[in-house]
Design a protein around this ligand. Structure first.
Ligand code: DX5
Ligand code: ZN
Length: 218
């Protein structure tokens, strides 16, 4: 069954505690947290103090997606926030292999993220070292954007690469996920779906999460 990582970027920031409690009671497998610095992406979201306040309330693993320049500077802060998974962009790390090692040494799972224009083949020399690959299916920076369909081909290419290497890396996809794109992604070989706007703009977010979790056997 596909895993769901709802993104708090589309939650009600004035009631984050309430939305985290909702996710605790839902079938969400993890909680996705989008950190933006206004430089790597053209938007600013929230930072470590917010994640630190959420962590004691959250009963699901925190999946932290850093859309920031040179994320390797913050490995220990992210670990101190209580993150289970630290996602760093391929495009933001000059020494990606070192950053991945540092993330694991800090006790977190390491994930590498690719922008829509970055080809999967660039992961050939790192796929054995990571716990997860996050494929962006929108240009990062904003929730509620349209799914870029060439991501389906990238998921298939990555699934082939992972099988060829015998790597245990999970494939996560982020951006424009709904029941339709979710079913296509599950077919293509995705393991984890991030969903923000589709979950939080729905009348019953917990029920939407449950439906997304079953989108592969509709
Ligand atoms: C976008 C973020 C996503 C975002 C997804 O830059 O990385 O996690 O919250 O939002 P939706 O599901 O609304 O496309
Ligand atoms: Zn994200």
């Amino acid at each position: 069954m596909i895993q769901i990582s709802p993104s708090l970027l589309s939650a009600d920031f004035a009631n984050l505690g309430r939305d985290v409690e909702m996710l605790n009671r839902s079938e969400a497998d993890m909680i996705h947290l989008d950190v933006m610095d206004g430089v790597f992406v053209p938007n600013i979201s929230f930072g470590f103090p917010v994640i630190k306040s959420i962590a004691p309330l959250a009963k699901k693993p925190l999946d932290v997606h850093l859309m920031i320049v040179d994320p390797g500077r913050y490995v220990s802060q992210v670990a101190d926030c209580g993150a289970a998974i630290m996602n760093v962009h391929y495009e933001a790390c000059t020494h990606l292999h070192r950053v991945i090692q540092q993330i694991r040494a800090a006790g977190m799972k390491a994930a590498v993220t690719l922008n829509p224009a970055t080809p999967v083949v660039l992961l050939e020399d790192i796929v054995d070292e990571v716990d997860m690959v996050l494929l962006m299916s929108v240009n990062p920076g904003f929730g509620g954007q349209k799914f870029i369909s060439h991501t389906l081909r990238k998921v298939e290419q990555l699934r082939d690469m992972i099988n060829r290497h015998g790597s245990g890396a999970l494939i996560e996809v982020d951006g424009g996920v709904n029941l339709d794109t979710g079913a296509l992604l599950a077919d293509a070989g995705a393991d984890v779906l991030v969903a923000g706007n589709y979950v939080f703009s729905s009348p019953d977010p917990a029920e939407t999460i449950a439906k997304l979790r079953r989108c592969d056997n509709r």
